[in-house]
Design a protein around this ligand. Sequence first.
Ligand code: FAD
Length: 454
Amino acid sequence: MTNSSTAVVWFRRDLRMADNPALSAACARADRVVLVYVHAPDEEGDWPPGAASRWWLHGSLARLSSDLRGRGAELHLRHGPSLEALLAVVRATGADCVYWNRLYEPALAHRDAQVESALRAAGIDVQSCSAAMLVEPTEVATREGRPYRVFTPYWRACLPRLEEQPRILPPPRITTAELATPGPTLDELRLRPAIRWDTGLEAAWNPGEAGALARLEAFCESILGGYSESRERPDLDGTSRLSPHLHFGEIGPRQCLAAARNALAGRADRQAGFDAFVRELGWREFAHHVLHHFPHTTVAPLDTRFAGFTWDPDPRLLAAWQRGQTGFPIVDAGMRQLWTTGWMHNRVRMIVASLLTKNLRQHWLDGARWFWDTLVDADLASNTLGWQWVAGCGADAAPFFRIFNPLVQAARHDPDGAYTGRWLTARDYSQPAPIVDLRASRAAALDAYSRLGR
Ligand code: FAD
């Protein structure tokens, strides 16, 4: 064992073996690796994972463990604090380096910086890698050296970098070091609900790397070609549904881009769909850029004029919205799709968020928190950007006068009523008394917005 080196790989939201730069670099540099996942939800600041995210995480860790076991490697689980858990593993194995893939949420980036300096102070090398982004949040800036607040110029600055992406890494050959001290079992992390409300999630999803890769392949083959139109249709299987897989890093954006490029080769008819898909991946990048540079936006509006906006808190209205009892079929269908499957179509997310923040005048944070608990793809960057965009107070926000009419939206995007029909019962249709008058509430919202002094 003399002169042999050991490295720790700290898995976080990069729960995959392929195209995992931290895992590949550790396996290339060290003779042996120790693979660790530390459960430390209280290190995530005000936004520890919600119930649906925890459900997904359980499935994803189970899958990664079994995939690794198939390659003769073990994933060791630990309880936080992360630094203590890592130091204990380092001491037990004699490791001299810890590898991880970067995270960008403010609380986690802060935690990682502290862990890194403490490890270095203890004589341990640290290597952090880029796995979750096509473009690091600090890589692009305006001509004045400032962060972007508007998507189109941001994405224009990013596009050349998409041509310089590193090659996709295959799963590495893994040789593990012994770690005798036992940690908790997956069940002991208590990620799954005690009362099993999760049957709808079980039916809808296949967490893990294999499920992610299968979905990407199916999307590229069958949906990508028509995606620029089908993405606006909640009644169709017209989008990738990769968002939870991307959030947990079961697949990376580089793999999505590469697969879409392969699917495009020799198929000019897929160009529009390809462009639209890459642009949506771009919104995910933009969300991380904005969150990195404006970390306060998780709880405060980016547009400071909104700090004094008069919301009209009403727990009764909020509860009706959460339960899908607003009397607007497309809104109620969306809220039930969310509750049952942990996911909602993007167009419907915009419609339900507009009704909540503009017609019902409930605070965007109330909506963001509900999404946070119920979405399997709950992502601090994308959720914050999405809510502030719809509320009109964020980066590149929808103009304040854009107030979605849920009836017009339904006619346009669910023309045959197939989407609402899937989520509402005949009884729901017979009692749809709207909880708010669309015209009057629209006028009241416009009035309140006009007082912001634009
Ligand atoms: P596709 O249409 O197939 O898009 C491909 C990928 O691009 C997605 O998987 C996603 O990673 C990314 N993407 C697409 N649209 C957006 C967008 N507008 N912003 C950021 N990334 C995008 N997305 C989340 O991942 N987590 C959230 O918590 C979240 N909250 C949202 C809240 C609101 C109010 C709104 C309006 C949008 C929110 N979104 C969120 C963005 C978007 O609705 C989802 O990413 C998308 O519906 C996921 O479905 P998909 O994978 O089929 O997307």
